[in-house]
Write a protein that binds this ligand. Structure first.
Ligand code: 4HQ
Length: 228
């Protein structure tokens, strides 16, 4: 998969996407990730990317010209252009699965108050939000989505940690996990997990996952068939 990112702060992406599983996906060639500075697509002497809103009001907006130029340069036929915005569809595991099937994603990370409406309407296929709170820009949301999508790409996760166990408990919260020692300061690991009885273990885990979900996130049980 190819992912391009358009941002005013390319430095924010060094670190989170240079470590761990995402880095492995990149070195193995499964993910081709490129971060671009929107300022490189300006044509004026001052490299202006933002301006004040017509009609007044607080903050600044990303100007249309650099956005049009950048998207024209970076997007092709098979590109899905995504804008990060609190006004977007709420990102979910289902959307992560959808995006993992695309060949090319282009993320536009807005800053300040957002982007000029003409750029949004003409260039953007999909607006996504990572939650109902206000961040300083779209960089962290883009990184969150890239992370969630990358781990779904074929060959990125090993067999052990992969989707098999995830689909078994699809839409449920995780069951409780234990590692050694079997007795830590008198706190014991549930007997069934030490039994070697795989069927009983699977049954116990599913029950625990359902109980936790009912207690903590009953909304997940109600939406189970729609959301995924
Ligand atoms: N912002 N989910 C404002 C977000 C956000 C979110 C990104 C802040 C866009 C202009 N994006 N800028 N929450 O709060 O995606």
């Amino acid at each position: 998969m190819k992912i391009d990112v358009l941002t005013l702060f390319p430095g924010m992406f060094a670190g989170p996407l240079d470590e761990s599983i995402v880095q492995r996906a990149r070195s193995s060639g499964v993910l081709d990730l490129r971060v671009h500075n929107l300022r490189d697509y300006t044509e004026d002497r001052h490299k202006t990317v933002d301006d004040r809103p017509f009609g007044g009001g607080p903050g600044m907006l990303l100007k249309p010209e650099p956005l049009f130029k950048a998207v024209q340069a970076l997007a092709g036929q098979g590109t899905r252009v995504i804008l990060l915005s609190p006004a977007g569809r709420l990102f979910s595991q289902g959307i992560a699965r959808e995006l993992a099937r695309e060949e090319h994603l282009l993320f536009i990370c807005g800053s300040y108050e957002g982007v000029d409406e003409r750029a949004r309407a003409s260039l953007v296929h999909d607006e996504l939000s990572i939650g109902d709170y206000v961040l300083t820009n779209g960089n962290l949301p883009a990184m969150v989505i890239i992370d969630a999508v990358t781990r779904l790409l074929p060959g990125v996760l090993g067999d052990e940690s992969s989707s098999a166990d995830e689909s078994f408990s699809d839409g449920l919260l995780e069951y409780p996990h234990y590692t050694r020692p079997a007795d830590f300061q008198g706190m014991k690991v549930p007997e069934v997990l030490l039994s070697g009885h795989h069927e009983a273990i699977a049954k116990w885990r599913l029950e625990q996952a359902k109980r936790r979900t009912a207690e903590r996130r009953p909304d997940l049980l109600e939406n189970k068939n729609q959301a995924g």
